[in-house]
Design a protein around this ligand. Sequence first.
Ligand SMILES: [Zn+2]
Length: 206
Amino acid sequence: MLPQPIRRLVQQLTHLPGVGDKTAQRFALHLATSDPSLAQELGKALSTLREAIGPCPRCGNLAERMEADPRGWCDICRDSRRDSSLLCVVGRIQDLLSIERSGAIRGHYFVLGRLLSPLEGVGAEELPLAALERRIRDPDEPVREVLVATPPSVDGEATALLLAEQLRPLGVRVTRIASGIPHGGDLEFADPVTIGRAIQGRRGLE
Ligand SMILES: [Zn+2]
């Protein structure tokens, strides 16, 4: 029914999170029939995306690759006005963005990329704990408090406990965001006020 180039586009679009066949078809038909500049600009942005960005070697956030900064650091790591003594550990980049939107803290971050998951067989050795320790021990920007902002789910809590245990010998204060975000809830979808409260009400992890 649909020409092959559109079918191909639909097929690729369905690989995106939250995009099913119908949505993919709607996107593809829109791109094929609206102002051609949309498809062209989108195509350009997509074709250069992976070369233009990469993981920040310091925190795991996404960083723009720039010749001016061969360190490859992200905007947050490069921002010297931030409180470098506060390191907020999150599971995913989306969670970092939610906390940034709440404006509750202006510290630095560390993105784990995944959570400890006993049920799915993700063990401590699959988390970037060595990189996190290196970051905490950075002599130029010593960290005093590690705020664990993993989600309030089974995996998020297991990860928080593991971090408290692993980081205790480093002499940093380890805190955990307070509840308020429903159990099993996602930081990404929590409103900024709730996230702000959870951060204000953080408590020590002993
Ligand atoms: Zn960074």
